[in-house]
Ligand binder design. Structure first.
Ligand code: IDC
Length: 464
């Protein structure tokens, strides 16, 4: 697991429930999550008679606490059947048997046991099953050891508090770095995709440095429940921190495109998240996803009103400012980066957003990014391997041209999206988030496979 020894999840969340908005700590605890350390021991005893038997099974959880469990095993003989069962919901397909926890025995603390059983029938023979699994982990009697990340340290442990130096994002040693990671889809729609198992996969299997938390403001997002969405964002900041990943808090304005429409909401939201997360080193603030139909002067004015709210609480955090024409540096509006270069935001430690969709935005956009990158600190907080609708086929050649450019210029990026939406930009195949497996063959789309290959290459962060 890509994590250091950490305090318990519950303690962290309770400690974090402060700030301008009061939130219920209990609401921040995700339900039914798979845990980092897994392990279990099972005893299976039977009393049998001709054609029938009773099985009593004791399950001991040797891993982290679980909230909801599934026990699996396979009957050795084709004639063995589960009949009436108790203390679990039983099902059988062929010789494979599954028992799911019920409401009163789903929560199993580390070291805790619970007993279940059933009456069954047999024909030729009635041998005991040899292998059991709990939430997918084989019950070998030992907790699965957590493996340190490659190199032994997480991205946040190596790089610490970030700041802008010149046109670069720099780490605690003042050296330029590039963060590579994934964006959530809208957390109002895809909350099920962000759980312990999926975030472990992002940190450990993808070796991502960064999780962008896309909190839409409209479209059933923040404006419908400010306290609830603030709480959800804070929880994901903690989840990223526990895994040593940076968290990019995205105030996902999109429609309407004028960020001033959401100025008051932005002030309220950023006051809350900056107060609550001020002491953390892993937080970056993205104050307006994609301004559109609006001038750079208006975006700049918005930024100069929101940034002081953040700085009042969290003076040293990096802030990323959206740009004209859906964060195209103005190119999609027929302009270019000169308007920003000529009139930058009046604040320090600020970067500018550039977004692209590889099948829609090609050479002329790449040329402008390369030109602007010599003058402005840029952060690609969102991009797709597909077209600007977020759907369609992956443009492999254009995606690789973009990623090669960003790598060369050390421009940080987050790919849209780490979700299982049925659209080309999603990294996970549809249905993935209904299960508990986020690694291995079968979970990634074409876009996901391409992005994982790019993101998991070694970072080689400078340490001096
Ligand atoms: C798209 C999603 C799509 C969703 C739509 C609704 O991919 O599933 O229905 O938003 O808002 C952006 C935006 C981002 C878009 C994405 C693809 O920041 O919200 O997501 N995109 O259209 N800018 C350019 C493309």
């Amino acid at each position: 697991m890509k994590l250091l020894p950490r305090p318990s999840r519950r303690t962290l969340l309770m400690a974090g429930a402060v700030g301008a908005l009061t939130v219920a700590a209990s609401a921040a605890v995700p339900a039914a999550d798979a845990q980092a350390a897994t392990g279990c021991a099972v005893t299976y005893t039977t009393s049998s008679w001709s054609g029938g038997f009773t099985a009593n099974i004791t399950i001991k959880n040797l891993g982290d606490a679980v909230d909801g469990w599934t026990l699996g095993f396979t009957f050795p003989d084709a004639g063995q059947r589960v009949g009436q069962g108790w203390s679990a919901t039983w099902s059988q397909t062929g010789t494979a048997v599954t028992a799911r926890s019920v409401s009163w025995n789903g929560a199993l603390a580390t070291g805790a046991s619970t007993s279940v059983g059933f009456n069954g029938t047999w024909s030729a023979a009635n041998p005991a099953p040899t292998t059991f699994t709990l939430n997918g982990t084989a019950c070998t009697g030992a907790a699965t050891p957590t493996t340190p990340p490659p190199g032994g340290q997480t991205p946040v442990a190596v790089n610490g508090q970030l700041r802008v130096c010149g046109v670069n994002l720099c780490n605690q040693y003042g050296r330029p770095i590039q963060l590579r990671g994934m964006s959530t889809h809208g957390i109002q729609w895809f909350a099920r995709c962000y759980n312990d198992a999926s975030l472990d996969a992002l940190a450990d299997d993808w070796r991502a440095d960064l999780l962008r938390i896309a909190m839409y403001v409209q479209e059933d997002g923040y404006e419908t429940d400010p306290a609830g969405f603030t709480n959800r964002v804070n929880t994901l900041v903690d989840e990223a921190e526990q895994r040593g990943m940076y968290a990019l808090i995205d105030f996902h304005t999109l429609t309407p495109g004028d960020p001033m429409h959401n100025l008051d909401r932005a002030k309220t939201f950023f006051a809350a998240v900056s107060a609550r997360n001020a002491a953390k080193k892993n937080v970056i603030y993205e104050i307006a996803n994609e301004p559109n139909g609006v001038s750079w002067a208006t975006i700049k004015s918005y930024a100069e009103q929101v940034i002081p709210v953040i700085r009042a609480n969290d003076p040293d955090a990096v802030v990323v400012v959206g740009t004209r024409g859906w964060s195209s540096l103005g190119v999609s509006d027929g302009a270019n980066a000169n308007e920003i270069i000529d009139s930058p935001v009046n604040a320090t430690n600020v970067m500018y957003t550039f977004h692209f969709y590889a099948a829609s935005h090609r050479d002329n956009y790449r040329a402008e990014v390369e030109r602007a990158a010599a003058r402005l600190p840029l952060f690609v907080t969102e991009f797709g391997t597909v077209d600007y609708t977020g759907d369609g086929g992956v443009d492999v050649a254009s995606s690789n041209a973009w990623l090669d450019l960003l790598d060369r210029l050390k421009i940080s990026y987050a790919n849209w999206t780490y979700s299982d939406k049925a659209e080309g930009s999603a990294a996970l195949r549809p249905g993935t988030c209904a299960g508990s497996t986020y690694t291995g063959p079968g979970v990634l789309t074409e876009s996901g496979a391409l992005m994982r290959d790019r993101i998991r290459t070694p970072d080689n962060f400078p340490t001096a």
